[in-house]
Design a binder for this molecule. Structure first.
Ligand code: EPU
Length: 431
């Protein structure tokens, strides 16, 4: 267990190369089992979620080798057994292996998945889609057990454009017999990247990035080599880190069109934005203004950047409203930001943020990945030295966050457990 110690104040200035996308890497790692042989993924972020996914693949007989950002997956020994409850429960996308394993081996068992605690996160769309494709799935003491005598194409309508269900069903359908049409599909760049990867393997996926995805099943897929595109969520976080410190930050290796919702909101709040073919620059030289933000499926404002955006708006002039429509309880950052002097109250699905002049350092606790990112941003702008506990949540998705922030001028250190001080109220209660 480690801590971040952040001394607020320095304006962040400079350029940062954005690492590979966690969520794309995790989706591709579910799909590698669809082909027989060695698939190589480049630019895989080395974060705890991708490491957990590697362990899970090894449980299914896949040989996984990490070589400095590239990962080799040898699937010759593939089996359908996944007995590792702890690892499966630690990430959401463990479940997205169910369909691809079923397509390859005819049966699969996977524990109910976990992931960040930000809402109920059911898997009913996945189950409905798999059943329509000819899978029999039942829940047996916390484990989904699935079998099929052969998957076939189906017409699937998603009640909500779920990124995970779209990816899971799209990957599964590549080896089903006949065409599958997914209506009300998610249009996230993560879905498009997976479709490109599957097509590299010989699949026939069309329409990814629109609300209708069609998959024409093929008999087999071939292993391939593919580079994971950069992480738009990490890029958005760095842009906000630049903005909250009234700095000047350029994120490189990104597609600006994937960040339109963020850059638009930053501009509305008073930040200056410049874009090139593969970079985005943010500059802020005065106090930002309050804005309204509502999370939506892509191309709307991403739920994953809602918490960092709330941190940014704690210091904006006036009252901002951040409405979360995707998850019912993605609010773990709110009490911790208030502990730092923010003025946020929850009203239904919205955070109502009255901008304050300054934030003060405190000992705070990350409750999930993006809440942790939000606390880092607040700490970068706060007066004094903030200590952020539960850094392991941040390590799920941000590769080397402290190195990137330090390169931009931040004063951030990772401390081992024993060097951190307790919260004030804890030391008080101990005496
Ligand atoms: N939903 C259902 N039933 C389902 C599937 C989803 O009701 O069967 C609901 C969810 O409960 C949620 C909404 O649909 O309310 C959207 O969920 P979605 O399936 O799109 O999310 P996910 O695939 O579980 C991925 C990312 C999340 C990101 C969401 C939304 C990964 C590993 N996770 O989750 O990322 O918030 O899409 O874009 O790809 C993160 O990176 O911090 C993170 C949580």
């Amino acid at each position: 267990m480690s801590y971040f110690q952040i001394t607020g104040g320095p304006r962040l200035i400079g350029e940062v190369d954005v690492a590979g996308s966690k969520n794309i890497a995790l989706a591709l790692m579910s799909a590698v089992v669809l082909a027989d042989g060695v698939t190589i993924l480049h630019n895989v972020p080395d974060v705890s979620d991708t490491r957990a996914k590697s362990r899970l693949l090894e449980r299914c007989g896949v040989r996984v080798q990490w070589r400095e950002g590239s990962v080799l997956f040898e699937t010759k020994g593939l089996t359908s057994h996944v007995g590792d409850d702890e690892t499966s429960r630690s990430i959401r996308t463990s479940f997205y292996l169910l369909g691809p394993l079923l397509a390859r081996t005819g049966e699969a068992s996977l524990p109910v998945p976990g992931g960040c605690a930000i809402g109920a996160r059911p898997v009913d769309f996945h189950l409905k889609g798999l059943a329509l494709m000819g899978a029999e799935v039942h829940l047996d003491r916390g484990v989904y057990r699935a079998k099929t005598s052969g998957l076939h194409g189906a017409e699937i309508y998603l009640d909500f454009p779920s990124a995970g269900a779209t990816q899971h069903l799209m990957a599964t359908a590549t080896l089903a017999q006949g065409p599958t049409v997914i209506q009300n599909a998610a249009a996230e760049p993560e879905v498009v990247a997976l479709a490109e990867f599957l097509n590299h393997m010989g699949a026939r996926v069309e329409g990814a990035g629109t609300s209708t995805v069609t998959v024409l099943g093929v008999l087999s897929l071939q292993p391939c080599t593919f580079a994971v595109p950069s992480d738009r969520l990490q890029a958005g976080t760095y842009l906000m880190a630049g903005a909250i410190t009234r700095g000047d930050v350029t994120v490189r290796g990104v597609l600006p069109e994937h960040l339109t919702a963020v850059t638009n909101k930053l501009q509305q709040a008073g930040a200056q934005i410049e874009e090139g073919p593969d970079w985005v620059r943010v500059r802020v030289d005065r106090r930002l203004k309050s804005i309204r933000v509502k999370t939506m499926p892509y191309p709307g404002f991403s739920t994953d950047l809602q918490q960092p955006m709330a941190a940014l708006l704690t210091l904006a002039e006036g009252t901002s409203v951040v409405e979360e429509t995707i998850y019912e309880s993605r609010t773990g950052h709110v009490p911790e930001l208030n502990r730092m002097g923010a003025d946020i109250r929850i009203e239904g699905r919205s955070a109502v943020i009255n901008g304050v002049e300054s934030l003060q350092a405190a000992t705070v606790e990350a409750s999930d990945l993006r809440a942790g990112a939000a606390l880092c941003l607040a700490a970068l702008a706060a007066d004094g030295q903030t200590l952020i506990r539960n850094v392991h949540f941040i390590d799920r998705g941000y590769q080397g966050l402290e190195f990137s922030l330090r390169a931009l001028g931040a004063r951030i250190e990772r401390l081992p457990d024993h060097e951190a001080v307790p919260r004030m109220e804890e030391s008080a209660s101990e005496t």
